[in-house]
Write a protein that binds this ligand. Structure first.
Ligand code: TRP
Ligand code: SF4
Length: 332
């Protein structure tokens, strides 16, 4: 059994990339591990400190999407990062032992900084807080002395820094207190956005978990197909069908995928019909989730209670770890 910690920034309603890439993995892990999942609202602030109007609602929306997707609060502990002030304190201790060049060469952080610079808004400077992103992540993970961290591939570089920080802390203070956590990747292939780019809210190419059946079907009709295909009976090339066929491969069973491939290649399948069918398939998969989402939207008190209980439990654990850490370092 592993002690598992993972989080997501509070970016508002989640999309299929989050669901297939990360949440599904969490749902599987919660059956046989001790799982802690949290909304990283401090991490959200690293890039949106000047845009906090919807932050509170965004936290709630993320948790509702998790619950709807099958994260079970009886099995997993759900909490909000900013409700655990011990994390901020641990972040201070870790920031002392982290060499500056470790954060400066974090490739994921470099990408984030680049995107920020390209935005060219008045507040596009890279803050001190953003530079501390991987250290704060390490505090999240080490706060519960986790042994495994299930994340998307883009987060692995951060976790490498966490492993380095663990080793360095243990070395400096001659202890074996902290576990070296391993990143856990899922086995599902990455889903792209409707336009073929990475699925992202900011590219406006995403399908949200909370989208209705109608909206989902409509969005899928806009998915890119084989660009060289003009008429319905032109032979198609599924391997060049940039988005629609990839979605079939993710959502269909072997039989369905074979049938689509075969009919497409023979020119027996029009792209519009193909995507209409695909829409129905995706909707089937999402229906249970939507139903659960509606339930939680109508029972917000339950959601807040889940967050409160989870945060209380996490805080009690965090206090124990922090007590040890202060002792190990030799604080007053
Ligand atoms: N950086 C992660 C993301 O962007 C969120 C996150 C914050 C996290 N702290 C973490 C993930 C600790 C795993 C462990 O989604
Ligand atoms: Fe893609 Fe389907 Fe069109 Fe073939 S028929 S190109 S698989 S959308």
């Amino acid at each position: 059994m592993q002690r598992i910690v993972s989080g997501m920034r509070s970016t508002g309603r989640l999309h299929l990339g989050h669901y297939l890439g990360v949440i599904q993995n969490w749902v599987e892990l919660q059956d046989s591990n001790e799982c802690y999942f949290f909304v990283a609202d401090w991490h959200a602030l690293t890039t949106r400190y000047d845009n906090t109007k919807d932050l509170r609602q965004d936290v709630v929306d993320v948790v509702i999407d998790w619950l709807a997707s099958g994260i079970n609060p009886e099995k997993s502990t759900i909490y909000v990062q900013s409700l655990i002030p011990e994390i901020a304190e641990l972040n201070i201790y870790l920031s002392m032992v982290t060499p500056q060049n470790w954060v400066e060469r974090d490739p994921t952080l470099k990408d984030m900084a680049k995107i920020l610079r390209e935005k060219e808004t008045s507040n596009s400077q890279i803050s001190y807080g953003l530079m501390g992103y991987p250290v704060l992540m390490s505090a999240d993970i080490m706060m519960l002395n986790a042994t495994a961290v299930p994340v998307g591939i883009d987060q692995v570089a951060h976790i490498e820094i966490t492993r380095d920080i663990v080793r360095r802390f243990n070395n400096i203070y001659k202890t074996d207190f902290f576990n070296e956590p391993t990143p856990v990747l899922n086995h599902c292939s990455l889903i792209c956005g409707l336009d073929g780019n990475k699925m992202s809210k900011s590219y406006n190419n995403d399908i949200k978990i909370s989208d209705t059946e109608e909206v989902t079907a409509k969005k899928i009709m806009t998915a890119i197909t084989d660009r060289n295909r003009i008429r319905r009976d032109d032979p198609g090339h599924p391997e060049q069908c940039e988005v629609a066929f990839k979605y079939w491969q993710i959502f269909g069973n072997d039989e369905q995928i074979d049938a689509v491939k075969c009919e497409c290649e023979k020119g027996l399948r029009g792209c519009a019909d193909c995507k209409r069918q695909l829409g129905m398939l995706v909707n089937e998969r999402l229906n249970d989730i939507r139903e659960r989402r509606l339930y939680y939207e109508a029972h917000l008190n339950e959601v807040h209670q889940i967050i409160r209980n989870g945060s209380d439990k996490t805080r009690a654990e965090a206090k124990k770890v922090l007590y040890e850490v202060k002792n190990i370092i030799g604080m007053y």
